[in-house]
Design a binder for this molecule. Structure first.
Ligand code: MN3
Length: 299
């Protein structure tokens, strides 16, 4: 089961200037081969399918627990896409063709026709996320090696998107996810080392640019987010401490498991209404009245 908490992992800046091209680029980090849908679904299915898990419990706990954190990452990247698209149609005549400027946006046309200016599990070309991106051989070492590769492929994609946009909403998310992706890459490296004796973490970071060099990552590193593995469960996955132990290779500071949610988590995502696409509905006042009536009835 998954217990859902209606808060983003970090506070995001309020939507300011829309940036449709940046939203298209960020879609790659959600529904591309190396996006958050892929990390979420790889670790989720690997945890569902791990046979003999009682004998390899710390590794099961690690994969299952990181899967839970990845759910919060699809949520965060989606909130960023919503933020980047907020207000996108506003520059056009609201009565005639309110979405005229969106029809030529490469990659997102399908998206503008079929969503209320929201995020979809698609890549930067608008192609759907694909279940074939899930790798689960059943061999624990090979699956962990795949996860290490996936985290670093994700990091490469994030760096390229970082180079494409300096929009504050996208940069805040990227600064945080460089650090959290770094934790996951290191966790899988340490798991591989525990199983095989190979010091995989020596390969990090890939590409060879330390997180601290991204100015948006620095505040998160200063607060210790790079050293912390959060335990996203009330009672379970406690054996992650068997793997997440020792020192961080970048600064020698101790690795810690934190019971509970990330400190300074943000509030719930709350994208504003978009009248041009009738989101949440053609007549917002009517919808609001209906919602109030339902709430009154239930109390
Ligand atoms: Mn992630």
């Amino acid at each position: 089961m998954i217990l859902r908490i209606d808060r983003l992992q970090i506070e995001l800046p309020m939507p300011s200037e829309p940036d449709v091209a940046a939203a298209a680029a960020v879609q790659e980090l959600l529904g591309g081969r190396f996006g958050e849908m892929s990390t979420l679904m790889n670790y989720t299915y690997q945890s569902f399918n791990l046979r003999g898990r009682d004998k390899v419990k710390p590794f099961y706990d690690l994969i299952a627990n990181i899967a839970a954190e990845e759910y919060g990452h699809i949520e965060l990247v989606s909130a960023v896409i919503n933020g980047l698209l907020t207000g996108a149609p506003e520059k056009d005549d609201p009565r005639e063709t309110p979405m005229k400027n969106l029809k030529d946006t490469a990659g997102l046309r399908h998206h503008f026709i079929h969503s209320g200016l929201g995020a979809l599990p698609v890549n930067s070309l608008g192609q759907g996320w694909n279940g074939e991106y899930v790798f689960n051989s059943g061999d624990l070492v090979l699956d962990l090696l795949h996860n290490f590769f996936l985290e670093n492929g994700a990091r490469m994609a994030k760096i390229r998107v970082y180079e494409m946009t300096d929009h504050p909403i996208a940069r805040q998310m990227l600064g945080y996810l460089f650090v959290r992706g770094g934790v996951h890459a290191l966790a899988y490296a340490k798991a591989l080392e525990a199983l095989t004796g190979v010091d995989v973490k020596k390969m990090l970071p890939i590409p060879r640019i330390p997180d601290i060099e991204f100015k948006e990552s620095k505040p998160f590193i200063e607060r210790g987010f790079h050293r912390r593995l959060y335990r996203f469960s009330v009672e379970d996955f406690k054996d992650i401490t068997a793997i997440w132990t020792g020192e961080h290779p970048a600064d020698g500071k101790p690795l810690e498991v934190l019971d509970g949610l990330p400190e300074h988590a943000g509030g719930p995502a709350n994208p504003p209404e978009e009248p041009a696409v009738f989101a949440p509905g053609y007549n917002i006042d009517e919808l609001r009245e209906m919602a109030q009536w339902l709430l009154k009835k239930s109390r």
